[in-house]
Design a protein around this ligand. Structure first.
Ligand SMILES: *Cc1c(COP(=O)(O)O)cnc(C)c1O
Length: 445
């Protein structure tokens, strides 16, 4: 297309968006006003191209989902092959070979006999809903456990946006107005607060939910080492299910296949989604134990079935993508190649903190970095200045796309296939964008 027709095409797409679309987690009053709306068109590896032909590094893995880069031929071909065979069949009343193969492969990622059962759903939130409902119902139909109806979650946690998952949420901006809906949830900050809870209360707890190793939405904050292992011991001693939300951390993001593997912890429920298909299609899985599974067995009239599911449960295109993604892990030795990239990301984030006057703290974990920004004197930006957004808008001019999480933390979380040169490019663009975007705010009277 000519430059003129690319511009016309883009203008038309933006006009339609402004007239009819509603974006997630977006103050729509500012949408299209603060910055130009980018229409993303295509992707290859860590690179995204917009409708005007401009290229950017995908600095947050297309909202934390992409693992092997865009347009990976092995995954694309698997989806194409499956699409030409059949796109969707029902998992309600029927099975299909891709889902059974994927279920077996997922369970084999863990020591044998631990997480033996897989319940598929569509996204992170529904994987969490699955775990909550399963934990709750399992207790309700297990003699001696019927009184376990509560959940415990951690302050500032994020587990998704459907009502049950949202009722766990600890970020008040998102969730406080919905309090009172969903599950009964008590929040704790750390193990000491958990241990201080009286036994007559903890005896009513079905499960404790945690984002293992690192909390994502809470400014990319890693847990202190050892906490997850202590939590596992605590749960085991008290007969409470441990539910690990690996929606963000799963599939290599923290340097191991799953974050709980850093502390040799196996939860009773493990939820994964985002990276399961390398981010190519919506797809999620909740893994659990044979013990939980067995509590749903019985005579039909006992009414112990798990009455839960969605139209697209175990979607064949998602299963094909997920299987192909697991193959890429092996073919390309993805986990084995991560340590030098993780070390470089940590080094570049540390250098950014030293050299950039607006960066006041950085945290990294695996191939994830949280970069905190503030005024040069260290005072926080006012919320309405949207400093994180302004910095990210400026990064676009330097060929980088990413987003802040909760106010003033900017995320660097590239696909695992990023190479060292691209990591350098990412951090150079990050540095330039932060300076440009925030110089404007700093100089304002
Ligand atoms: C993204 C995310 C979710 C929710 O997943 P969706 O696919 O957006 O529903 C849940 N937990 C964590 C830790 C996440 O990062």
């Amino acid at each position: 297309m000519t430059t003129q027709s690319l511009q016309d095409f883009t203008q038309c797409a933006i006009a339609r968006d402004l007239a009819h679309c509603w974006h997630p987690f977006t103050p729509q009053a500012l949408w299209g006003r603060e910055a130009e709306v980018l229409m993303l068109q295509s992707g290859k590896g860590v690179w995204l191209t917009d409708s005007l032909g401009r290229r950017y590094i995908d600095g947050n893995s297309s909202i934390w989902v992409n693992i092997h880069g865009h347009g990976h031929p092995h995954i694309v071909q698997a989806i194409q092959r499956q699409a030409a065979t059949i796109c969707h069949s029902s998992f309600l009343g029927f099975g299909h070979a891709l889902a059974s193969e994927l279920a077996e492969k997922l369970t084999r990622l863990f020591p044998s006999g631990k997480l033996t059962r897989v319940f598929f759903s569509d996204d992170g939130s529904t994987a969490i809903e699955t775990a909550l409902k399963m934990a709750f119902q399992s207790c309700s139909q297990t003699p001696g456990r019927e009184q376990r109806r509560h959940f415990i979650a951690f302050s500032n946690c994020y587990h998704g946006d459907t009502m049950g998952a949202a009722s766990l949420g600890g970020v008040s901006t998102f969730f406080s107005r919905f309090r009172g809906f969903g599950m009964q949830v008590t929040h704790v900050r750390e193990m000491d607060e958990l241990r201080a809870l009286p036994t007559d209360f903890t005896d009513t707890v079905a499960g404790i939910v945690i984002e293992p190793i690192i909390q994502g939405v809470n400014r990319m904050t890693p847990w202190r080492p050892g906490l997850l292992r202590e939590l596992r011991e605590y749960c085991t001693q008290r007969g409470i299910f441990l539910i690990c939300d690996e929606v963000m951390t799963g599939f290599g993001r923290t340097g191991k296949m799953f974050a709980c593997m850093h502390e040799d912890v196996i939860p009773d429920f493990l939820c994964c989604a985002k990276g399961l298909t390398s981010g190519y299609t919506p797809m999620a899985a909740c893994l659990t134990t044979e013990e939980v599974y067995n509590s749903f067995l019985g005579a039909y009239s006992e009414n112990k079935s798990f009455y839960y599911g969605h139209s697209f449960t175990a979607h064949p295109l998602g299963c094909a993508a997920a299987l192909a993604s697991l193959e890429v892990f092996e073919q390309e030795h993805v986990l084995e190649n991560l340590p030098p990239k993780i070390a470089l990301l940590h080094q570049l984030a540390t250098e950014l903190r030293t050299n950039n006057p607006y960066v006041c703290a950085t945290r990294t974990c695996g191939l994830i970095a949280g970069i905190d920004i503030a005024h040069q004197d260290g005072t926080p930006f006012h919320q309405d200045e949207r400093a994180g957004e302004q910095a990210c808008f400026a990064m676009r001019r330097h060929g980088l796309l990413t987003r802040p999480v909760t106010h003033d933390t900017i995320v660097a979380m590239p696909p695992l296939c990023i190479n060292e040169e691209e990591l350098h490019l990412l951090f150079r663009a990050m540095d330039a964008g932060i300076r440009e975007g925030l110089d404007k705010l700093e100089k304002r009277p």
